[in-house]
Design a protein around this ligand. Structure first.
Ligand code: MLT
Ligand code: MN
Length: 308
């Protein structure tokens, strides 16, 4: 697996963000790495190609920076090792990259019926010719072999509901309707290999509940929502009024923070992904970074490789 983008929506630095962290990232300050928007690539073996988990607005740059995702030297004049894309929700940072994959290239697109419905309702996604890009609805809690146009990609995945909310641009403004209106709005992915080892990819999660803890218990790698360190850090930074929870992201710390919520769950590696440009863990020298590392967490960076 390779982390293609470890930042949340907006990336790091974000185009219009003048907070100290984005400023430091722009200035290439030591220990503060820029990051692209949220995406993970996984390969089930040398000749099996790659599967993308979420297609970020930065996908073109992500492919340009990742030789494994580029056409092979001896491949036909139109070619890609990307066999499939799996979406975990309909947020802009997770699906806008689909528009950049439009050059008449075949691949399979997997998501819940609910998320596929969002694509269906937006005619711009017809740039992905249905004759080439097969949209495959995925039922929750049913493991399936990911396939591309050439057959199986060598990865078994399972989508499962996590506490979350509809995409920001689909919010109605009525809190109860925006949160947990449909279990298919926000999902996590479990990837398993032939030996039963598993990786959990959960870039968005409003709350770590007992069901999620039990599911992840015994897993090998957990890639989890690290959007904000403190629930109110965006307001503190002067960049907005929304809390992490209001955005459907459980903060790392505070009452009911994810750091505590995951304590005691047996998982060999735990890694924060989808990190917002206000999160102080982006600064490798910060006390907040030391705190999460002391708690056994790693902080994802672009290009990070994870082998099972
Ligand atoms: C989120 O993760 O909360 C979304 O990506 C926000 C957005 O769409 O900008
Ligand atoms: Mn996001």
């Amino acid at each position: 697996m390779k982390i293609l983008g470890s930042a949340a929506g907006g990336g790091f630095p974000q185009w219009n963000c003048n907070y100290r962290l984005s400023r430091a990232a722009r200035a290439r300050a030591p220990g503060i790495r820029p990051r692209l928007q949220s995406s993970l690539a996984a390969s089930g073996g040398d000749d099996r190609g790659w599967v993308l988990f979420n297609a970020s607005p930065d996908i073109r740059q992500q492919i340009n920076e990742t030789p494994e995702l580029q056409p092979a030297a001896d491949a036909p004049s139109r070619s890609t090792p990307i066999r499939a894309v799996v979406l975990t929700n309909a947020d802009v940072d997770h699906l806008a990259g689909l528009l950049s994959l439009r050059e008449r290239q075949a691949f399979h697109l997997y998501a819940t019926p609910r998320v596929l419905g969002v694509l269906e309702a937006n005619p711009i996604f017809r740039v992905l010719d249905p004759a080439l890009v097969r949209r495959v609805p995925v039922l929750l809690d049913r493991p399936f072999a990911i396939e591309g146009p050439q057959g199986e990609a060598g990865l078994t995945a399972e989508l499962f509901a996590v506490p979350g909310k509809v995409a920001l641009f689909l919010e109605t403004g009525r809190r109860a309707q925006d949160f947990e209106a449909d279990p298919e709005d926000t999902v996590g992915v479990r990837l398993t290999d032939a030996d039963g080892r598993s990786v959990f990819y959960v870039p968005g999660c409003a709350r770590v509940d007992p069901v999620l803890r039990a599911r992840v218990e015994g897993g090998d790698v957990l890639l989890f929502d690290g959007t904000v360190f403190r629930d109110d850090e965006m307001a503190e930074a002067g960049v907005g009024s929304k809390t992490g929870r209001r955005m459907g992201h459980q903060p790392i710390t505070g009452e009911d923070g994810s750091l505590d919520a995951w304590t005691g769950v047996g998982v060999a590696r735990r890694i924060f992904v989808h990190i917002n440009n206000t999160n102080p863990i982006l600064d490798e020298a910060s006390p907040e970074r030391r705190l999460v590392e002391a708690g056994g967490w790693e902080v994802a960076f672009d290009g990070m490789e994870i082998a099972l």
